[in-house]
Design a binder for this molecule. Structure first.
Ligand SMILES: CC(C)(COP(=O)(O)OP(=O)(O)OC[C@H]1O[C@@H](n2cnc3c(N)ncnc32)[C@H](O)[C@@H]1OP(=O)(O)O)[C@@H](O)C(=O)NCCC(=O)NCCS
Length: 220
């Protein structure tokens, strides 16, 4: 999230709403992160759609998930996450996608925080782990839950105890249980990735996934 070009230049392809939003941030860092990530998003969407970045129409679902709108709405779907110094952008065709990264803060990975945000079965698994594994498992749980919620476009509207994810070290990332949707765990693919030292990352995709490709780019 350290832009190469100045923030004004990065906003060249922005819609009037995006410019207004960029101007509303009180903290300079949050403003820079939004502008840099949104500029990268427009650039990549434009390249996937073979269109100039400024002509890509980005709209929002009822619960605030950005999506391609108008004539761009179709096969290509995406989701975005940023934390500390890194942003991640995930793209799929024909499948809902959610992505989350978190900067790992060991002091936050506490039992009281887990009890507040995780489901009872997740807390139980976490508490059965040795001290050394708990921080990693806490953030694996957090990012997998968040990626799934973001894929469903629900954000904070989805009760955090209405589903659970695998989180123990060595366990394949997956949904274990979704309330009132017994078939959901088989329908969703969860996958973990390493965004960099002291970060955790996960992506959730509806349906089977043949392969997940990761590309890194430094600065835009
Ligand atoms: C937006 C939300 C889904 C995630 O926010 P966050 O984790 O603070 O931030 P992230 O960087 O991972 O994601 C933000 C991006 O998600 C996207 N987004 C916004 N609303 C979304 C929604 N309803 N569904 C999916 N994606 C959404 C946007 O692209 C946004 O970035 P942008 O505004 O710069 O375009 C928000 O609802 C939230 O705060 N969730 C927290 C839920 C929680 O309590 N989790 C506890 C542990 S599981």
């Amino acid at each position: 999230l350290e832009p190469k070009r100045d923030l004004e230049a990065l906003q060249a392809p922005f819609s009037p709403e995006e410019r207004t939003r960029a101007n509303r941030f009180k903290h300079e860092r949050a403003r820079r992160d939004f502008i840099t990530t949104r500029a990268a998003l427009r650039l990549l969407l434009g390249s996937y759609l073979d269109r100039p970045p400024e002509s890509v129409a980005i709209g929002y679902t009822e619960r605030g998930k950005p999506e391609l709108a108008g004539e761009d709405g179709g096969e290509l779907q995406f989701n975005v996450s940023h934390s500390q110094d890194i942003a991640v952008l995930a793209f799929t065709t024909q499948s809902a996608v959610g992505v989350d990264i978190e900067h790992i803060r060991p002091d936050y990975a506490r039992e009281d925080v887990a009890r507040r945000y995780f489901a009872a079965d997740e807390v139980q698994t976490l508490e059965g782990l040795c001290e050394a594994d708990r921080i990693t498992a806490f953030y694996d749980c957090w990012t997998r839950k968040e990626a799934y919620m973001k894929a469903c476009a629900e954000g904070l509207f989805m009760p955090l105890d209405s589903f659970s994810v695998a989180l123990a070290p060595g366990d394949r990332p997956c949904l274990l249980r979704v309330a009132d949707q017994a078939e959901a765990p088989a329908r969703w693919t969860l996958s973990a990735f390493d965004p960099g030292e002291a970060y955790a990352g996960a992506v959730a995709v509806e349906g089977a996934v043949d392969a997940v490709s990761y590309c890194e780019f430094d600065r835009i």
